[in-house]
Design a protein around this ligand. Structure first.
Ligand code: SAH
Length: 215
């Protein structure tokens, strides 16, 4: 895994100034973000910008999310090393790698085959082996591996797809950007039996979730 001293340094700065300074303090989350080389998940031409406070294009009109948002969403999921996790929207595979480093098993669904193939290559390169990438519409979830202790939707949806709520384990956590095509509210849902408690976690901007239970 190639990495220059500058890249290493830039990543430590990113965690300190963009993530910890804004209130994400979970030590396990900060440790994996410090360790994982984000520059390997962005296209060659963008690598010099990999540690900036911004999302970046990854091709096919899709993006790798802003580092702070990745850390925030991950912290909200309160992952345990044995958790089974579902991610909708693999994109670059960066968020999937973070989830894999903190949980037991991750299923990540991406609708664009070329994007999924790139993500799989990135995951191999960084040596994360507990993430399975599937190419399909993820708005229906993935029943064969349900229930999931944590579900993360990384594309903006008009409402939470009902199949995802069904596939969430009791005491499970679900995080999704819910709202319009241009702006969404990051929503945390905790399941307690048949009750789903909802918490607003701030405004965010994601590419649209396109599928049967999305846009
Ligand atoms: N988590 C990613 C960023 C995701 S960008 C990362 O860490 O880089 C959102 C991704 O969701 C895009 O790649 C888009 O193609 C994908 N997507 C949109 N609708 C989808 C759907 N219904 N099912 C699966 N993936 C979807």
């Amino acid at each position: 895994m190639e990495e220059t001293a500058e890249e290493h340094q830039a990543r430590q700065e990113m965690v300190r100034t963009q993530i910890a300074a804004r209130g994400v303090t979970d030590p396990r989350v900060l440790a994996v973000v410090r360790a994982l080389p984000r520059h390997l998940f962005v296209p060659e031409g963008w690598r010099h910008q990999a540690y900036l406070d911004t999302p970046l294009p990854i091709g096919e009109g899709q993006t790798i999310s802003q580092p702070y948002i990745v850390a925030l969403m991950t912290a909200l999921l309160e992952l345990k090393p044995t958790d089974r996790v579902l991610e909708i929207g693999t994109g670059s595979g960066y968020q999937a790698a973070i989830l894999g480093m903190l949980a037991g098993e991750v299923t990540s669904i991406e609708r664009i085959a070329a994007v999924a193939a790139q993500a799989e290559a990135h995951l191999r390169e960084v040596g994360v082996t507990n993430v399975t990438v599937l190419v399909q519409d993820g708005t229906g979830g993935y029943p064969p591996r349900a229930p999931y202790d944590a579900i993360l939707v990384t594309a903006g949806t008009p409402s939470i797809p009902p199949p995802l709520l069904e596939q969430l384990a009791d005491h499970g956590r679900l995080v999704a950007p819910v709202g319009g095509q241009d702006l969404q509210e990051l929503v945390l849902i905790r399941r307690d039996g048949d009750r789903y408690e909802e918490y607003p976690e701030g405004a965010v901007r994601f590419v649209p979730l396109i599928g049967e239970h999305g846009w």
